[in-house]
Every structure is written in C-alpha cells, then in structure tokens.
Design a protein around this ligand. Structure first.
Ligand SMILES: Cc1cc2nc3c(=O)[nH]c(=O)nc-3n(C[C@H](O)[C@H](O)[C@H](O)COP(=O)(O)O)c2cc1C
Length: 276
C-alpha cells in the first residue's frame, strides 16, 4: 500500500503487512510518520505503527485540510403537486415535469394519478406538506382557475387547526407557488385585454389562502399563449426556466423578496436568481 505525503504532495510511505510498517522506501524525507513525530532516525524508532494508525493520520490530515472551511449546504425540499386530468394529451405540462423529474430533494405528487376517484388521503397529503419547505401546484389554467382536483385538495387538506386557526401552523413559513400553463397569451391577461383580468388577479384566491396559512406567496410561473402554438424551441426554453426556478428554490438562491413583486415569477429570472 502507498500513501502520498499530504504536506509535500510527493514521496510515498510503503506499507507491508496490515499490522506493521516496513521501512522499504520510507526515508526521513518522505515519511509521513516522521512528519508527525520529528525523528531524524527514520521510522525504525517508532514502535509498532499499524496500517490503521497511518490511515487515521491520513484521514485527520484530509479532514483538517478541507472541512473547517466548507459550509454545510442545506437544501430546501420541494413538493410539486401536479394536476393534469388528461396527462396523455398534455404537451407543455409534461415537458415542464420532465425537466424537474429526478432532481434531488424534489417530490412530484401526481394528484390525478393518485386519486382518480377524488378520494384524497388527507393525512398523507398533510404529511407530505409537513415534510417539504416549498409547495408548488403545477397545472393547466382551466376556466381561469385550477383543475377541479386542486379545489378538492384545498377543501380537504387545509384543515382548521392544521393549516390555519390559532393552532394551525403546519404551513407557516413555507413557500407557495403555482406553475400555470394557459391557452391565452399575455395580451389576453391584461386589464385592457380580452379577459380584463391579469393572471395575478385571477390567482388571488390561492394568494389569499397562502396568506391565511402564513405561507410565503410567490407570483405564478407561467407558460402562456399555448393556443397560438409554441415552437419546440420555446417549450424547451420554458422547461429549462422551470428547472432553473426549482433548483434555485431548492438551493436557496432565489431572491424571494424581489421575486414577490414581479408580474410572473419567470418575467426576468436573471434578476431574481443569484449565483450559488
Ligand atoms: C377545460 C379547459 C378549460 C380551459 N380554460 C382555459 C382558460 O380559462 N384560460 C386559458 O388561457 N386556457 C384555458 N384552457 C387551455 C389550457 O390551459 C391549455 O390547453 C393547457 O394549459 C395546455 O397545457 P398541456 O399541453 O399541458 O395540456 C382550457 C382548456 C381546457 C381543456
């Protein structure tokens, strides 16, 4: 077995049997043992240095060299409550979902797949929320709102005494976000536009819910103008942006305060995502 001298980065200490140090190739200049016990006569004078001793010393060197300067990274846990009643026909939501599937600390909870009969397991859903820091509802815009299972989820899961009320603090401090895909484009969702309402206004019930539950609301991540037909390239860009947002929320590199004021979360990602 050979060990590199961790100080000079050269030379080797050659080890023989597991419980003994053979002096072959081990000189006062390159001997790690001698670095620890300065002794000009070489390692012959050190009684019974075992392979374990050497490995322990090496580990201590390595840990001293790197650990004290390394800040422990903690990641937020992201829950994506995915709601699309016809996933087989979905193009955009499937593309967004594929971009974040498998990311570390990201859980995708497919509501229509889990509850095709709408019999939502309230305790399971509450546990999922408790175990995550960021709660996202990803869905197509249906009748200026969410697909119906999300309404059912809100009605059942957000119990008094759990989500709100004097004792209900389970969601306090968590981040809340909607990721919405819509047929209409941005011009439709303006005060002077066809609908006369902005997406921010239309999503205000969810914003009010987040406020009641003491959550940190963020403006929705949106993919708009789907009815016009989005090119493959545009869909790819949206999917990459979604992945960027999820990673930034997970790694804590998204400026929540700044993001809160934008029209959409993805209006200008470069201005709200810091370099890690
Ligand atoms: C029942 C239904 C209601 C819809 N309501 C709206 C709506 O209110 N506003 C809108 O812009 N698009 C609406 N759309 C279009 C969908 O939002 C759009 O097809 C979907 O976001 C595309 O995403 P996907 O490829 O993942 O299915 C509706 C579609 C359906 C089927």
């Amino acid at each position: 077995m050979q060990l590199t001298n961790p100080v000079t980065n050269q030379g080797v200490l050659q080890m023989g049997t597991p419980d003994g140090c053979t002096p072959d190739g081990c000189t006062p200049e390159n001997c790690m043992v001698e670095l620890m016990w300065p002794c000009f006569s070489g390692c012959f004078l050190i009684p019974r240095i075992t392979q374990n001793h050497i490995l322990q010393l090496r580990n201590r060197f390595q840990s001293l060299k790197y650990r004290p300067f390394r800040k422990k990274k903690t990641m937020n846990k992201i829950l994506i409550n995915f709601a699309h009643p016809a996933r087989a026909r979905s193009k955009i939501n499937n593309a967004l979902r594929a971009a974040v599937e498998g990311l570390e600390n990201v859980t995708i909870n497919d509501l229509y797949a889990n509850y095709p009969d709408f019999l939502i397991d309230v305790k399971r859903e509450q546990r999922l929320c408790e175990n995550h820091d960021v709660i996202i509802f990803q869905h197509p815009f249906y009748w200026y709102s969410t697909p119906s299972i999300i309404k059912e989820w809100l009605d059942l899961v957000l119990e008094h005494g759990w989500a709100y009320g004097s004792q209900g603090r389970a969601l306090e401090g968590k981040i809340f976000l909607q990721a919405i895909t819509a047929g209409g484009d941005d011009s439709v969702y303006q005060k002077e536009g066809f609908t006369a309402f902005t997406i921010r206004e239309l999503t205000s019930p969810c914003r009010a819910m987040a406020k009641l539950c003491n959550m940190n609301w963020l403006p929705p991540f949106t993919v708009l103008g789907i009815h016009r037909g989005l090119s493959e390239e545009t869909v790819k860009v949206h999917a990459e942006d979604y992945r960027r947002v999820i990673i930034a929320l997970r790694d804590g590199t998204l400026d929540i305060e700044k993001a809160r004021h934008g029209q959409y979360l993805n209006s200008d990602l470069n201005s709200i995502i810091r370099r890690p």
